[in-house]
Design a protein around this ligand. Structure first.
Ligand SMILES: [Cu+2]
Length: 317
């Protein structure tokens, strides 16, 4: 009888899990909208590299951590400029007709140079630098990702001093509702093909860059979070710091939609207006503890990253 009940319960839950993922439905650059393609669906010209499924990338060494699940080159490249305001519209479900389903975890944006047209650039070994990171709102309880779940885009500005050329913009949501176990984190990366104009000279240094996979490890703070449901919360972002040339107020100026990103230099603040309360669906709630701020775990994390970099250097290709 109990087994029967269990079977019924699982059957009832299953459709929820199947649809509880998503992808980038469209991107808006300085007011111009660029549609994406449905995962695994028809391929129309786009600036967003198409992924094969709405399912998350699992595991920090997964090759799909680069640009999303089995991402393929996109045909188009959008023009943008230093300081351009970009909205990345994350949507839920296989056709994007529902809101993004997760509200626990960070929003980060990276860039890498394409060394030519981004429509033909294989980013497998690309060196990425971070231009923004957003975790917890000032209440140390609500994640900015809750705004995405409430239907807001992820906002990010192109660094105002960046040197011109072809660049991939990598938008990434990490959903941590299962991150109490190693390997539980869900990675959702997406790559957007840009051609940046202007006459800037800004660039990241090599120590601010890393590869995907390579930037993360499964057991580092910010990805493996056993205390995520134990407030108060302090979040340690995975990956490198925001590149110094991005500047402290790179995207915090008047053109930013609203809200004040805390913590990170460049901040892509999801438009606020609404200030979603932390939601709990079923057994998942959104808390992360302050354990990772002590010196010991920070030092451990640095060692892990150094070891990982060495491993990457030795990789034959
Ligand atoms: Cu999901």
């Amino acid at each position: 009888m109990i087994h029967l009940l269990l079977a019924f319960s699982l059957a009832a839950l299953l459709p929820v899990f199947v649809s509880a993922h998503g992808y980038v439905g469209s991107v808006t650059i300085d007011g111009t909208s660029y549609p994406g393609n449905e995962p695994g669906g028809a391929t129309n010209p786009s600036i967003i590299r198409q992924v094969s499924t709405i399912d998350p990338v699992k595991g920090a060494t997964n090759p799909s951590l680069n640009c999303g699940m089995n991402a393929t080159l996109a045909a188009d490249v959008a023009n943008a400029n230093p300081g351009s305001q970009i909205q990345v519209h994350w949507v839920g479900g296989s056709t994007g007709d529902s809101d993004w389903p997760h509200n626990v975890g960070p929003i980060m944006h990276y860039m890498t140079q394409c060394n030519g047209p981004c429509s033909s650039y294989d980013s497998t070994n690309a060196e990425w630098f971070k231009i923004s990171e957003l975790g917890l709102e000032p209440d140390d309880t609500t994640w900015y990702q809750a705004n995405i779940m409430a239907g807001q885009p992820a906002n990010v500005a192109i660094p105002p001093t960046i040197a011109p050329g072809g660049f991939l913009l990598r938008s990434e949501l990490i959903s941590l509702q299962l991150a109490v176990s190693v390997g539980g984190a869900e990675f959702y990366p997406a790559c957007i093909q840009l051609n940046i104009g202007g006459s800037g000279t800004g660039a990241a240094t090599s120590s601010e860059e890393c590869t995907f996979p390579g930037c993360y490890t499964d057991d580092e703070a910010g990805i493996y979070d056993p205390d995520i449901y134990n407030p108060p919360l302090t979040y340690t972002f995975p990956g490198p710091p925001v590149a110094a040339f991005v500047g402290g107020n790179a995207s915090a100026g008047g053109s930013q939609p609203s809200g004040s990103g805390s913590g990170s230099g460049s901040s892509s603040t999801p438009t606020s207006g609404s200030s979603p309360t932390p939601t709990s669906s079923g057994s998942t709630m959104c808390y992360l503890t302050a354990r990772s701020t002590n010196e010991e775990s920070l030092a451990k994390r640095r060692n892990v990253k150094r070891g990982h970099k060495r491993r990457l250097v030795r990789r034959p290709n």
